[in-house]
Design a protein around this ligand. Structure first.
Ligand code: SF4
Length: 359
């Protein structure tokens, strides 16, 4: 039977177009309004959703993998990695049996490598403690390493049809705009749970996320196309308090050095391994880099743009800078180019090596 969690405050009434946001805040969606809201959203989702590979399965392993990959990473960047990773590690047993370096190498290019390590630990725990089967209950999923509230709810609702709501950045934004007020994290979870369609919880959760990703976008929501426009308090008038924070900007310089291999060995490039306990991309290999410009100015090869968490980097790549050119002097190790596919390298390094025709 369908359950209905009330949202505190007044019952919803559809907001007329052009209504003043401040005076007609929606406090909730109750009664028939709630059923109509759910139907409108699910109809739109059935008709308009993007055809993504993780939406064609109920396999909890495949859903879990997609959810971890999609954290802080755009869908287009995930698609190819998801296909390759699943082909290499098709189930939780295969992932659990893999060496960590192989897992990191398959993850290479996605960034946030701590996710890959936790994925690997979690797969081992599922095999050791659950016989290779994902637990179905939300609380049991939450107890696994690297699975937080969002991921546990996504797996439970999509793979096992459990009525638990998800809140990610997209859902939180949609909820704030519909309600017309800034929401704390706890309030967002409460509202999301109240709106959830218990008969199709997985689809409803994905519909909310899809709405935020494709229609109710951060900077320019496309309200005329929105299936829940009539219940939305803001309808595109976004209070300043609801806008997202700005990205920081930084510049870095990288050295791309290549030398001929000795005898039968293939050419080599110089790479540096990040510290094992670095907070970002620990243990990954990358080109020598510095936040200081070189003292003398060798020929500058190319400039790249690259974003990591909340920072947008402008990356100046110097090709074969003179050895004495601080700050790159004699850092790192010479690595044969044919070894690179087996090494966990950072996404930025991969991008530069591809642009240089090296891999
Ligand atoms: S797209 Fe517009 S109408 Fe729809 S939820 Fe977002 S702000 Fe509201």
């Amino acid at each position: 039977m369908r359950t209905q969690t009330p949202i505190p405050g007044k019952a919803l009434r559809p907001v007329s177009r052009g209504a003043k946001v401040s005076s007609q805040i929606n406090h909730g969606v109750l009664g028939k309004g709630l059923s109509r809201f759910r139907r409108a959203l699910l109809r739109w989702y059935d008709r308009s959703r993007r055809d993504l590979p993780w939406r064609r399965t109920r396999d909890p392993y495949a859903i879990w993998l997609s959810e971890i990959m999609l954290q802080q990473t755009r869908v287009v960047a995930v698609l190819e990695h998801y296909r390759i990773f699943l082909a290499r590690f098709p189930d939780v047993e295969a992932l659990a049996a893999a060496r960590e370096d192989d897992v990191l190498a398959a993850w290479s290019g996605l960034g946030y490598y701590q996710r890959a390590r936790r994925l690997h630990q979690c797969a081992r725990q599922i095999v050791e403690q659950h016989g290779g089967c994902f637990p179905r209950a939300f609380d049991s999923l939450l107890a696994l390493p690297g699975i937080g509230r969002y991921t546990a709810a996504a797996i439970a609702s999509i793979a096992f049809a459990k009525p638990v709501a998800v809140v990610d950045g997209n859902v939180a934004r949609v909820l704030e705009r519909i309600m017309g007020i800034p929401l704390t994290a706890a309030q967002s979870w409460q509202h999301a749970q109240a709106l959830l369609d218990d008969l199709r919880p997985g689809d409803f959760n994905q519909a909310m996320m899809e709405l935020g990703a494709t229609v109710c976008t951060p900077r320019a929501p496309r309200c005329p196309e929105c299936p829940v426009r009539q219940w939305c308090a803001t309808q595109g008038e976004i209070p300043r308090t609801l806008t997202s924070t700005r990205q920081r900007k930084k510049q870095i310089w990288c050295a791309l050095e290549q030398r001929d291999g000795v005898g039968q060995r293939c050419n080599e490039i110089r790479l540096v391994q990040r510290p094992k306990h670095a907070s970002l991309m620990a243990g990954m290999w990358e080109l020598p880099a510095s936040s200081e410009p070189p003292r003398s100015a060798p020929a500058h090869w190319r400039t790249f743009r690259h974003s990591i968490t909340v920072t947008d980097y402008t990356v100046h790549v110097l090709r074969d800078p003179p050895l004495a050119n601080a700050p790159f002097t004699a850092r790192g190790k010479w690595i044969a180019i044919d070894r690179i596919p087996q090494l966990p390298i950072t996404g930025l390094t991969r991008k530069i090596l591809r642009a240089g025709g090296i891999i």
